[in-house]
Design a protein around this ligand. Structure first.
Ligand code: HEC
Length: 135
């Protein structure tokens, strides 16, 4: 890499770091269940996955808090798979925009995976529990 390329890179980086534009921060902000995710589910999933109409035996409206989401890891793993594979919502039915699909998948991937909690991080889980619940 020559000097000009390096300089240009630094300038770009500096511009990037100082920019506090909406798009920059929005892209990197951790997604929030209530603010970012539930509105997408509400718009694109609730019509088929609610109390009365729970297609595939899935009622998404019931998941109104992040705690409930975290206590149903298997379900949300399936949701990740179906959304990531563009299988949900079904083709032609209120499909997700590219943006919403990406957001949803990005968030779904941050959820704890069922197998992780069982085998690969037992120590971490234990210490988190004892930290959170002093006895
Ligand atoms: C137009 C109706 C409709 C919409 C909208 C819809 N679904 Fe579904 N969904 C279905 C039907 C029908 C099934 C059952 C058949 C199947 O599994 O493909 C299903 C099944 C599923 C399953 C599988 C459940 C299981 O345990 O097997 C998941 C997960 C799912 N949907 C998630 C979603 C998510 C997330 C959204 C929104 C992004 C969504 N669906 C939007 C109709 C819908």
């Amino acid at each position: 890499m020559d000097y000009w390329h390096l300089t240009r890179k630094c300038l770009l980086l500096a511009a990037f770091l100082t920019a506090e534009g909406e798009s920059f921060s929005a892209e990197n902000k951790p997604l929030d269940f209530d603010r970012d995710v539930r509105p997408i589910l509400e718009k694109h999933c609730y019509e088929c996955h609610n109390e009365k109409k729970h297609k595939g035996d899935l009622n998404l409206v019931a998941f109104d808090t992040l705690e409930k989401v975290h206590s149903a890891q298997e379900t949300w793993q399936t949701i990740l798979e179906r959304v990531q594979a563009f299988e949900m919502p079904p083709e032609g039915k209120n499909e997700l925009s590219f943006d919403s699909q990406g957001k949803l998948v990005r968030w779904l991937k941050t959820l704890p995976k069922p197998e992780n909690t069982i085998s690969s991080t037992p120590v971490l889980v234990e210490s988190q529990v004892s930290d959170a619940v002093p006895r």
